[in-house]
Write a protein that binds this ligand. Structure first.
Ligand SMILES: C[S@@+](CC[C@H](N)C(=O)[O-])C[C@H]1O[C@@H](n2cnc3c(N)ncnc32)[C@H](O)[C@@H]1O
Length: 302
C-alpha cells in the first residue's frame, strides 16, 4: 500500500507527447462529461459567478472558452448575455455534441463550439476575441505547452482585451483529514511530475506548482495589469461544497485509475483500495477538506 512513497525506477512518460491524447481521463467518456457538467456549476458558484467583478463587461463582446468541456460556462454566459458572442473549444467530440444540443434547445444563437487542440496553434485569426477564458487546463497541458498557449491567446485577443486563467495545484483534493485521499493526491502529483505536466521542483512534492507560474508566463508574453485571485472550496461535512466535491472526487479517481497506474508508481489494486477507503472517509461525519484554486487575469496592452 505504501509502495508509491518509495523512490522507484519509473519510465519517463514525458515522451508520450504529442502522439497520445494528453487529457488525464478518456476525453469521450460519458461519465466524465456528467462529472464536468456538475463541476462547472460547483466551481462557478465558488468563484462568485461567471465573471470577476473587476471586468468591464460593456467592453467584452466576443469570448473564447478554451477546454470548455460540455460547454456549461459558455452556454450560461450566452444565455445571460445575448449581446455577446461566445465560442467554446475542446478536444472532445462527445462533449461538444452535448454542448451544441444543449445550446440549441435553449434557442441560443450567440454560442458556437469547435473541436480544437489547445496544445497546438489556435485556429482563429489575430485579434478575434475581447476575452479568453480557460479553466483547469492543468488536466491536459504539458509543462512546455504553456508558453505557446499564452502567446496564442495574446495573438487572438484584441488590444485591451482580457485573459483569465483559473487553475489548481491539487486537482479536487487540497488539504483533508483523510489519509487515503492524501495518498491518492500524492500519487497523482507524482504521476503529473513523471509525465511532464508539473512545475514542482521535487518528484515527491505534493503539488503541481502551476498557479505560482501563471502570472510570470503572462508577464513574459507581454500582458499587463496582472491580478491574482485565490479561491477555495470547503467540502467538509456540512459545508455547501460537500456533496458536489465528494461526488466529483469519487468519480474522478475512478476514471483516473488507468492514468494513475500507468507509470508503475502504484498498482491498480492499490489505487482501488485507496478509492474504497476514500469513500468510507468522505462519508465520515468528521470529514474535512478544502480545495484551493486560483484565477489570474491580465490585459493585452492597447
Ligand atoms: C477539467 S475539464 C475542464 C472543463 C471546463 N473548463 C470547466 O472548468 O468546467 C478539461 C477539459 O479540457 C478538454 N481537453 C483535454 N485535452 C484538450 C486539448 N488538448 N485541447 C483542448 N481541450 C482539451 C477535456 O476534454 C475537458 O473537457
Amino acid at each position: 500500500m505504501r509502495s508509491f512513497l518509495r523512490k522507484r525506477e519509473v519510465k519517463d512518460m514525458a515522451g508520450i507527447h504529442p502522439q497520445e491524447n494528453s487529457y488525464v481521463i478518456d476525453k469521450e467518456s460519458a461519465t466524465e462529461m456528467a462529472r464536468l457538467i456538475d463541476l462547472d456549476v460547483m466551481i462557478t458558484r465558488a468563484m462568485g459567478g461567471h465573471f470577476p467583478p473587476e471586468i468591464d463587461l460593456s467592453k467584452i463582446h466576443s469570448i473564447l472558452d478554451v477546454g470548455c468541456g460540455p460547454g456549461g460556462w459558455a452556454t450560461e454566459v450566452a444565455f445571460a448575455h445575448r449581446d455577446k458572442q461566445i465560442v467554446g473549444v475542446d478536444i472532445s467530440h462527445a462533449m461538444l455534441q452535448y454542448a451544441r444540443e444543449h445550446a440549441r434547445i435553449q434557442g441560443l444563437r450567440n454560442v458556437a463550439f469547435r473541436v480544437m487542440d489547445a496544445t497546438e496553434k489556435l485556429d482563429f485569426p489575430d485579434e478575434s476575441f475581447d476575452m479568453v477564458n480557460a479553466r483547469f487546463m492543468v488536466s491536459f497541458m504539458w509543462k512546455g505547452a504553456w508558453t505557446q498557449f499564452i502567446q496564442e491567446c495574446k495573438r487572438i485577443t484584441r488590444p485591451g482585451g482580457i485573459i483569465r486563467l483559473t487553475d489548481t495545484d491539487v486537482p479536487g483534493v487540497g488539504s483533508t483529514n483523510s489519509a487515503a485521499l492524501d495518498k491518492l493526491s500524492v500519487i497523482m502529483t507524482r504521476v503529473y511530475f513523471i509525465t511532464g505536466r508539473s512545475f514542482c521542483q521535487d518528484e515527491f512534492g505534493n503539488h503541481f506548482g502551476l498557479t505560482p507560474m501563471l502570472s510570470g508566463f503572462l508577464k513574459e508574453a507581454g500582458y499587463t495589469n496582472i491580478r491574482e485571485t485565490p479561491f477555495m472550496l470547503n467540502y467538509s461535512v456540512g459545508k455547501p461544497g460537500y456533496l458536489g466535491n465528494t461526488r466529483n472526487l469519487e468519480i474522478a479517481f475512478l476514471l483516473l485509475q488507468q492514468f494513475l497506474s500507468k507509470p508503475g508508481i502504484a498498482t491498480k489494486e492499490e489505487i482501488e483500495q485507496l478509492n474504497q477507503q476514500i469513500q468510507i472517509d468522505m462519508r465520515n461525519k468528521d470529514f474535512r477538506g478544502i480545495w484551493p484554486f486560483m484565477s489570474v487575469i491580465a490585459q493585452k496592452p492597447t
